[in-house]
Design a protein around this ligand. Sequence first.
Ligand SMILES: Nc1ncnc2c1ncn2[C@@H]1O[C@H](COP(=O)(O)OP(=O)(O)OP(=O)(O)O)[C@@H](O)[C@H]1O
Ligand SMILES: [Mg+2]
Length: 252
Amino acid sequence: MSEAILKVTGLSKSFDGVRALSDLSCDLCRGEILGLIGPNGAGKTTLFNVVTGFIAPEGGKVSLKSTDITGLAPHRLANRGIARTFQDLRLIRQLSALDNALLSFRDQPGERLGNVFFRARRGREHERQNRQEAIRLLEDAGIAEKADDPAEDLSYGQQKLLSLVCCLAARAEVVLLDEPVAGIAPEMKEKILGMIRDLRDNGKSVVLIEHDLDAVMQTCDRVVFMDAGAKVSEGTPQEVRNDPKVIEAYID
Ligand SMILES: Nc1ncnc2c1ncn2[C@@H]1O[C@H](COP(=O)(O)OP(=O)(O)OP(=O)(O)O)[C@@H](O)[C@H]1O
Ligand SMILES: [Mg+2]
């Protein structure tokens, strides 16, 4: 197994007495797609919320490339190269698809220059580059013709693609995807899974939460199955699928 880029150790978090994370430890290796599966309420999204700084854990640690990042604010974690999508998408509905993508770019280098004239010129050049890159991402996702439409006018599948584009615009090394193919048509599903594999092939490290087991099995290098906030099984997709504890959970 290659080196861990992201490591969580002994994480715990409760909500009103419900254990959402219970001493959870897990590694994401550099350049892999790690599948995260488990029943509703297993704690999958809570894990993302803790790793991306939206929720503070009650115990445990999150490390990125061996640096302790536990409890850092979401924007700081974004600047360190962790990007995510949300289960409920969280696009800005009235803004165009292109503007949603543009808002997701990190760093504005113009701000660091002292001279106002150069700052403005650099800023404009930077804006132009981001715009070009955003259009390229929308093209790759097959939704460039929707660039000027408000996000709310896109179909649900197109909105899922747009939320993935926004995540890619951050150019993060670690990409956390919360149910990116849930509830969409098969051809769009294939498109999104292809984009996720491309991410991995371009050296990114990906965690994929998904209930669609076939999608997980065909896309992931490794899978973690969690239940009641704890890791129950871990291994290759085949190993996890054949684990009696996993089979039992999915039959119940
Ligand atoms: N902000 C919150 N406030 C209160 N309870 C929460 C909060 N977030 C999560 N929970 C609870 O924590 C538990 C784990 O929820 P979580 O959303 O992490 O599960 P999940 O594995 O993502 O489920 P699903 O597959 O349905 O998305 C659940 O019991 C949920 O109700
Ligand atoms: Mg969830």
